[in-house]
Design a protein around this ligand. Structure first.
Ligand code: CA2
Length: 146
C-alpha cells in the first residue's frame, strides 16, 4: 500500500513559530514518526508540504494511479479551498482529513471544512498523533472488501 501525506500552508513553520499553539515538533519530526509507523505496517509513504494551493491540487491530481490513499492536513485551505475539494472528489482516492488542533474548539471560521464531505472522515485534535491516526485509518479502509 502506498499513502500520500499532503500538508498545506504554514505547516513548514511547525516547531519554529507559535509553539504554545502548535507545539515544538517539526514537520520533519512528524514525517519521521509517520515513516516509522508505516514501515512497521509494510506501507510506503510520500510526505509533501506546499504553501501554494495549485501545487496541492496538482499533487492530488497526480496521485491517481500512484497512491491507494491520501491523508491531508490542508491547514487554512481546509476552510476555503473549493479547488482542493474538487480535486479530491475528481480523483476518487480514499482521503482522510487530519488536523493537529481540534478545529471545532477554535475560532468559528475553523469549524467548517469545505473538504470534509469528499473525505472518508476527519481526525482532529490529537496533536501530531493525528498523522499516525490518519495512517491507521487509511490502512484499515484499504483492508475492507471493495
Ligand atoms: O490544526 C491543524 O492542523 C490546522 O490544519 C492548522 C492550520 C489551521 O489553519 C487549521 O485551521 C488547523 C494552521 C497551520 C499553521 O501552522 C503554523 C505552525 C507554526 C506557526 C504558525 C503556523
Amino acid at each position: 500500500m502506498n499513502i500520500l501525506f499532503l500538508n498545506g500552508p504554514n505547516l513548514n513553520l511547525l516547531g519554529q513559530r507559535e509553539p504554545e499553539k502548535y507545539g515544538l515538533t517539526t514537520l520533519a519530526d512528524i514525517e519521521a514518526s509517520v515513516r516509522l509507523e508505516a514501515k512497521a505496517r509494510d506501507v510506503t509513504v510520500a510526505f509533501k508540504q506546499s504553501n501554494v494551493e495549485g501545487e496541492l491540487v496538482t499533487w492530488i491530481q497526480d496521485a491517481k494511479g500512484n497512491y491507494d490513499a491520501i491523508v491531508i492536513n490542508a491547514a487554512a485551505y481546509t476552510h476555503t479551498s473549493i479547488a482542493i475539494r474538487d480535486a479530491i472528489a475528481a480523483v476518487a482516492i480514499p482521503t482522510t482529513e487530519i488536523h493537529i488542533s481540534n478545529v471545532h474548539a477554535r475560532e468559528e471560521f475553523r469549524h467548517h471544512s469545505v473538504i470534509a464531505s469528499v473525505c472518508r472522515g476527519q481526525i482532529t485534535g490529537f496533536g501530531c498523533f493525528s498523522y499516525i491516526l490518519g495512517l491507521i485509518a487509511s490502512v484499515n479502509e484499504n483492508a475492507k472488501p471493495q
